[in-house]
Design a protein around this ligand. Structure first.
Ligand code: ZN
Length: 276
């Protein structure tokens, strides 16, 4: 959050460009009208089902020469993300109704869709542009997005959810996730960088004081709430994205070089004694 970042241009119905509610970039937008087609009575919409996803995946694996099956998997998988998705239909599809007062805008920067009702963006919920780090694990991201969805109405609720998000992140990192204070202490004992420890503790203490009577009053403190989103993204970057990037680069070193490095850094053990 650089101080000199250009201020966002709020989305407005029909505008050629604005700050995208999905990715935050100031970007050109394409507009779509919405049409409706009734479901066959025998096949109404169905709740999402992991078993169907697994079935589609197996089917696609068994027919690698038929890319359409793989596209079905990707399409079904996108539904789990809970986002509206545009699907191109054939010329012959007989669509019967137009949905008035509902529109879609698609960002030319990220390609994602926002859903409008009347003159208001109703998806994504938050007009505050906070996007989770793409490497954020799914359940952590769910709390992050929920926090982004309510921060306009409740800064305290958002702070509490972000605290929950880093608690879940600790579980992902192999900690018990029952007591955040203890989990952070365990990470420090493992050699956690002090900067990350400070970020984690800031989210922990501010999130805690938002729900329990404490010394920090988060009520209507939007600026601090936004800082917490930034911190959670930074924490994920430090603890997940950066190690992944470094590992990917390191794995590209030739095997012989890596072995030489391992040899160099091997602890020098005393010569082995006879085992019993
Ligand atoms: Zn975008």
């Amino acid at each position: 959050m650089a101080a000199d970042a250009p201020s966002p241009v709020p989305p407005s119905l029909g505008a050629a460009s604005f700050s995208c509610p999905r990715c935050g970039a100031f970007a050109d937008q394409s507009w779509f009208r919405v049409f409706a087609h009734w479901y066959d009575e025998k096949s109404p919409p169905k709740p999402l089902d992991v078993a169907i996803l697994q079935f589609l995946e197996k089917d696609a694996d068994e027919h690698p020469d038929e890319p359409m099956r793989r596209r079905l998997v990707e399409r079904y998988r996108r539904r789990f993300e809970g986002d509206p998705v545009l699907i191109k239909l054939g010329e012959s599809d007989n669509v019967r109704f137009r949905v008035d007062n509902v529109d879609l805008s698609r960002c030319r920067s990220c390609g994602e869709v926002s859903l409008w009702l009347c003159e208001r963006v109703i998806f994504p919920e938050s007009q505050i542009i906070v996007r989770p780090n793409p490497d954020m694990p799914g359940d952590v991201k769910a709390d992050f997005n929920e926090a982004a969805g309510i921060v306009d109405r409740s800064t305290r609720g958002a702070a509490a959810l972000l605290r929950l998000a880093i608690q879940k992140l600790c579980i992902q990192l192999g900690l018990p996730g029952k007591n955040l204070n203890r989990d952070i202490a365990a990470l420090v004992a493992r050699g956690l960088d002090q900067q990350i420890q400070m970020m984690l503790d800031a989210v922990r203490v501010i999130g805690n004081d938002s729900v329990h009577p404490g010394e920090i009053d988060m009520k209507d403190d939007r600026e601090t709430a936004l800082q917490l989103f930034f911190l959670v993204n930074e924490i994920v970057d430090e603890m997940i994205s950066k190690p992944q990037r470094v590992k990917a680069l390191y794995d590209r070193l030739p095997e012989t070089k890596r072995q030489a490095i391992e040899q160099r850094d091997k602890p020098k053990l005393p010569p082995p004694t006879e085992s019993e």
